[in-house]
Design a protein around this ligand. Structure first.
Ligand code: MN
Length: 481
């Protein structure tokens, strides 16, 4: 028997139950159907999730594909497991945007509702999708394409939003070859010599860095990581890259994993002593200043062999686990539940820190009651939840995540709706900018406050990107008429 199953009585019970219920069912790969829930459970286990999630993983298709009832699950495995399985079943038919847009929006609504109730629903769903993507080769090609696009549009961004970088990259690369087969093949061919050349440099660096770290008794695991194909493809399309491989520094990046925070900084010193850091690009210290999704690491760029610029990430073991599995690694959602509002006192003292990583889920759930128009809701979801995020800093060093092309007005409303009502002007990196300025990741934004509250400007609606800003501006403008 599987080691995982053998390790726990409840797992054994769920495994026998699933086997019995799925008896006779086959997957298109030719295997018994029950292999799929087993693999899903193994993925959840590898993310370090709790027993109920793993049990729910084993049972996740019983409600949908077998005669099993909710009551039966509840009686046999408890209410939590039954609720997770039911939630997974409800969100299991997310349709692509297009002819069935209303259905797509409906399903996103359902997904966010169940996420707000129990994040584990979405984690089980992600594990389910990951295994389905790993076995996508068995499906007919029209289905492959559809599922792959849906993965790129919904599940990969969702994984990113939950801080699960590794899962996001794997989903994207699995989907890439089916969603854009021609482009995929072309990229694999053209990237090959570039990966090979970078790989050679990295092997040299690995030895040299190993020696440097050893000289101060720093125990480190040094990894070389090839950039994932899908993100390479996207980067090559950028205007500043123009398809030129030589402009991509991180085609192979290095990662140094050490014991603790102290060793991170010690390693940074030793590495810079071995290779000169690239001055203009500089170091990002996400340990002193974590990203809003909790990501911690030190990033630096150095001149490696033949003056190749190489990116190096330094992190502790714990940070590494968190970066790979994000929310799943510390999904203590219940603890976060009560930390919502910001007091005006906090606002006076400075800018409040966004402590609650899942606020955006709750916001989307709240808005779905207001935004009756499904088009409007879809837009809100796309910008607020599934879009790529930029990290913007306040002058005090607090960091906020905002969608691409967000403006200082978005920033103000993101910090607090009250701050939005005092916007006079804005500075970015110390310089005055117009209020429709499009912010870029890493910039520092200072909102110059007016003495008294001001009416938001109706024209701001044309440039703001976030739902919260749009909503507050509209509300204020409407009350005056
Ligand atoms: Mn499934």
């Amino acid at each position: 028997m599987e080691k995982l199953i053998a390790s726990d009585k409840k797992f054994q019970k769920a495994w026998l139950f699933a086997k019995l219920k799925h008896q006779g069912q086959k997957r298109l790969t030719g295997e018994d159907y029950v292999c799929h829930p087993l693999e899903t459970a193994k993925i959840l286990n590898s993310w370090g999730l709790d027993k109920d999630s793993i049990v729910a993983g084993l049972l996740h298709d019983t409600l949908e594909d077998t005669e099993t009832t909710f009551e039966e699950l509840q009686k046999q495995f408890g209410a939590e497991v039954a609720n997770i399985v039911e939630g997974v079943t409800k969100v299991s038919h997310i349709r692509l945007k297009g002819s069935q847009e209303i259905e797509f929006v409906e399903n996103l609504r359902k997904m966010f509702l169940s996420m707000a109730a129990d994040l584990r629903v979405v984690l089980v769903k992600l594990a389910d999708r990951l295994h389905n993507m790993r076995t996508l080769y068995a499906l007919p090609s029209d289905k492959q394409k559809k599922i792959a696009k849906e993965t790129l549009e919904v599940y990969a961004p969702l994984a990113e939003r939950l801080g699960m970088g590794e899962v996001k990259s794997e989903l994207e690369d699995l989907a890439f070859r089916y969603a854009y087969p021609k482009e995929y093949k072309k990229l694999v061919r053209s990237a090959k010599p570039h990966y090979a050349k970078a790989g050679k440099h990295i092997r040299t660096m690995r030895l040299e860095m190993g020696k440097a770290l050893e000289s101060q008794s720093v125990v480190a695991e040094i990894q070389a990581r090839e950039k994932h194909l899908f993100s390479l493809w996207n980067k090559l399309k950028r205007i500043d890259i123009e398809g030129d491989f030589s402009r991509i520094n991180d085609i192979v990046a290095m990662r140094v994993i050490v014991k603790g925070v102290k060793e991170c900084y010690l390693s940074l010193g030793l590495i810079h002593n071995t290779y000169k850091p690239v001055p203009s690009i500089g170091i990002s210290d996400f340990i002193a200043q974590p990203k809003p999704n909790g990501y911690r690491s030190i990033h630096t760029k150095v001149f490696g062999p033949e003056n190749r610029i190489v990116e190096i990430q330094i992190r502790s073991k714990k940070m590494h686990e968190e970066a790979e599995y994000g929310m799943a690694a510390h999904w203590s959602y219940s603890e976060d539940k009560n930390s919502g509002e910001v007091s005006s006192e906090d606002l006076e003292k400075g800018l409040p820190k966004p402590s609650d990583k899942l606020n955006w889920v709750r916001q989307l759930v709240a808005w779905q009651e207001e935004l009756n128009d499904s088009q409007e809701y879809l837009e809100a979801v796309k910008f607020d939840a599934l879009n790529h995020r930029n990290f913007i800093y306040s002058p005090k060093g607090d960091v906020y995540d905002l969608p691409e092309k967000a403006t200082p007005v978005d920033f103000a409303y993101r910090v607090h709706t009250q701050l939005g009502n005092y916007i006079q002007s804005a500075k970015v990196d110390g310089k005055m900018v117009p209020l429709d300025y499009q912010l870029q990741s890493g910039q520092i934004v200072e909102i110059i406050k007016s003495k008294n509250p001001r009416m938001p400007n109706r024209d701001w609606l044309a440039s703001v990107k976030t739902t919260v800003a749009k909503r507050e501006i509209k509300k204020a403008v409407q009350t005056v008429g």
